[in-house]
Ligand binder design. Structure first.
Ligand code: HEC
Length: 203
């Protein structure tokens, strides 16, 4: 593991993210990364991040579907409320990584983005708004921890709880969501839209 190279890269990336930054600068940075950052390290963490995000998604989606089947959307909302956060937290222990889901519009205030995550979310949102693909990538945090980010998109299943109120998300279900999450901002989405991202960090 070439930490000195990663440190250099992270400093540059933070600088680029925070300095106003459109998509092109970030893409340029990704190109620079290949010459300064050990490509195999970067690829290994990218792969690890993708595997963990996929495994966590499968677990969450599987439990969600089962809860919806047994007691409808309302039951699944209660289920998510009780278990989504602890579940992701316990998977963090299994994978020896910190796994988070975050968004510019959160349902659970605990999922609110850190300043660094906010900068990445803004970049993904800008890419989505301008019709560009949003790609997973790795960088370093505080020069030590390695962070993986990947976009999360909405599909048909998600709309029942994150869609447009009175349309894809029923008034009744929304009322239940609001009871549990009075500050909920995570509605109004359409199929395929950017919902947020995975933020996974390794020690
Ligand atoms: C049955 C309702 C339901 C469905 C269906 C659902 N969600 Fe959620 N979602 C929730 C609830 C409730 C939370 C808050 C969980 C918590 O308290 O940790 C949440 C939280 C999230 C978060 C974490 C950020 C935040 O806003 O707190 C993301 C990201 C997310 N959902 C994406 C999705 C995606 C993508 C889908 C479809 C694959 C989906 N959800 C389907 C109810 C749902």
């Amino acid at each position: 593991m070439k930490y000195s190279n990663m440190l250099f890269l992270s400093t540059m990336m933070v600088f680029i993210f925070l300095s106003g930054c459109g998509q092109n600068q970030v893409e340029d940075q990704a190109t620079t990364a290949h010459s300064t950052f050990s490509e195999s390290d970067s690829l290994a963490y990218l792969q690890k991040g993708k595997t963990i995000a996929a495994a966590t998604f499968v677990t969450l989606a599987g439990k969600l579907k089962a809860a919806m089947k047994s007691g409808g959307v309302s039951n699944a909302v209660s289920y998510c409320n009780l278990t989504a956060y602890p579940l992701v937290d316990s998977l963090s222990k299994v994978h020896d990584a910190t796994i988070r889901r975050t968004s510019l519009k959160v349902r659970n205030p605990k999922d609110a983005p850190t300043p660094q995550e906010h900068a990445v979310l803004k970049m993904y949102q800008h890419q989505a708004d301008t019709g560009k693909p949003q790609m997973p990538f790795v960088t370093t945090l505080e020069g030590e921890r390695i962070a993986f980010y990947a976009p999360i998109h909405i599909n048909a299943l998600c709309l029942q709880c994150h869609g447009k109120i009175g349309e894809t998300l029923s008034e009744d279900n929304y009322a239940h969501i609001k009871e549990l999450y009075p500050q909920d901002e995570a509605t109004g989405y359409t199929d395929g839209e950017l919902r947020g991202m995975w933020s996974i960090s390794f020690q």
